[in-house]
Design a protein around this ligand. Structure first.
Ligand SMILES: [Zn+2]
Length: 150
């Protein structure tokens, strides 16, 4: 399996094909950030270290994006090809909430508190036509995975 070209390589770690999110953690007070931060808003420290946020969390809140996002977001979709998709905040084990596209767009199946798992999804094409991927969260419950993916 070839390594996917990531739209945000500094936010993800791929190990054995499994993704995890990379944030930063303040070496002085322990505050965790995502995406990476250069300084700590809690203690004003500047000694931030890469921090693995893991690949699972729980859905903290969500909505369905029903219109084409405005630039600079660019997934290559057009008004004709666009399909509504889920957007949510996923609370990771550290307590930090990560905003993410969801693979699921069925409001009847999404509920606050449901377990979610990180995955890699197609995002768009690069200038030279290469498929670029990004992260998203999907329901961790295997029985919810299926043809409802968007
Ligand atoms: Zn700090």
């Amino acid at each position: 399996m070839s390594r996917p070209v990531l739209a945000c390589p500094n936010l993800l770690r791929l190990q054995g094909g499994r993704p995890s999110l990379i944030g930063s953690r303040c070496a002085d007070c322990g505050e965790v950030y995502f995406p990476l931060a250069a300084s700590c808003t809690r203690c004003l420290g500047t000694r931030l270290e890469p921090h693995d946020l893991g690949s699972t969390g729980v859905l903290w809140s969500w909505t369905i994006q029903g219109f084409l996002p405005k630039p600079p977001y660019n997934s290559g979709e057009t008004a004709d090809s666009f399909r509504p998709y889920g957007v949510g905040y996923v609370e990771m084990a550290s307590g930090i909430k990560v905003e993410s596209r969801l693979t699921w767009a069925d409001p009847a199946s999404l509920r606050i508190g449901m377990p979610m798992a990180l995955t890699i999804v197609p995002y768009g094409l690069s200038e030279n036509g290469e498929q670029v991927s990004t992260f998203a969260f999907e329901p961790a419950d295997k029985c919810l995975k299926g043809d409802e993916h968007v």
